[in-house]
Ligand binder design. Structure first.
Ligand SMILES: NC(=O)c1ccc[n+]([C@@H]2O[C@H](COP(=O)([O-])OP(=O)(O)OC[C@H]3O[C@@H](n4cnc5c(N)ncnc54)[C@H](OP(=O)(O)O)[C@@H]3O)[C@@H](O)[C@H]2O)c1
Length: 259
């Protein structure tokens, strides 16, 4: 059974213009899902390519998801559609000393990484529960498990996504809704350039993350992409918090903070 038959005809992908979100769009189009692609940049070229290659219907919304009023536009757009999958993917980070970064950047980050997923999950779940089927994927991070000096607000937003997703998993698991929080480690996308970080040593690819997510959906509540990343999460959980923070601070200063 393909995803369209299992969950419903339409999938929403936020942050579809690059990186992991774009890979999700290709994966879902191959599965014959119609797509609502949301991000700020114009996606006409991407929509054309997906239509030509896979024959799926594409709606492209060029919206800033950090502006709460824009979320209502999406509500109108999905009203009449059979939404099967929601991928809460759009997100960004900004590296640096907490106080030195602009407070408005943090407000935007919280809106995009936390407020938008809560809103979109609420409006799509209402529809999914009526037909007793659907799937929602959240993008967590290794930093959802590990408080990250110099990325303090970002790691807090990702912990929010992890906690929110896992809580919904147990609330909804008997009602036909599959929830997954996929946690990538450092992945080669535009993310690091925007964050102002180097990206570190062991980078995975965006399609690795999507494969891990789609393999895990419906089987477990959460997954970490990549074996090294799994070891890092496990290691971070068994050593004392003070030691773990001291190590992370040193590594973060070396890897993430360029100057
Ligand atoms: N790459 C990593 O190492 C890594 C690691 C762990 C977790 N993640 C998570 O993975 C997710 C995807 O990131 P990525 O690595 O694919 O980064 P990316 O290549 O920078 O993609 C981010 C996507 O989010 C969209 N976006 C950013 N700000 C937006 C806004 N205000 N409104 C609407 N869309 C917005 C961007 O599109 P526009 O610019 O067109 O708006 C883009 O499509 C994020 O949630 C991130 O936290 C990434």
């Amino acid at each position: 059974m393909n995803l369209s038959n299992k969950y419903g005809k339409w999938a929403i992908v936020t942050g579809a213009s690059s990186g992991i979100g774009k890979e999700f769009a290709f994966y879902l189009a191959r599965e014959k899902m119609n797509l609502i692609l949301i991000s700020r940049r114009n996606k006409n070229e991407l929509a054309k390519q997906l239509k030509e290659q896979y024959g799926t219907e594409i709606i492209s919304l060029d919206l800033d998801l950090s502006i709460p009023e824009n979320l209502e536009i999406i509500k109108e757009e999905i009203e009449e559609r059979d939404i099967g999958i929601l991928i809460n993917n759009a997100g960004f980070s900004k590296v640096g000393n907490f106080v030195k970064n602009d407070i408005n950047t943090y407000m935007e980050m919280i809106n995009l990484n936390c407020t938008a997923p809560v809103y979109l999950t609420h409006i799509t779940l209402e529809k999914m529960l009526n037909k007793k089927r659907g799937a929602i994927i959240f993008l967590g991070s290794l930093l959802a498990y590990q408080p990250a000096p110099y990325m303090s607000v970002y790691s807090a937003t990702k912990s929010f996504d992890l906690t929110f997703g896992l809580s919904l998993y147990s609330e909804l698991k008997k009602q036909g809704i599959d929830i997954l929080v996929i946690n990538p480690g450092s992945t080669k996308t535009e993310f690091h350039q925007i964050a102002g970080s180097s990206g570190g040593f062991f980078q995975r690819r965006a399609d690795d993350v999507v494969r891990t997510a789609m393999k895990s959906l419906g089987k477990k509540p959460t997954a970490v992409d990549g074996i090294i990343n799994k070891i890092l999460v496990t290691g971070g959980r068994i050593i004392p918090v003070k030691l773990s923070l001291a190590i992370t601070e040193k590594i973060a200063r070396l890897i993430y903070v360029k100057n």
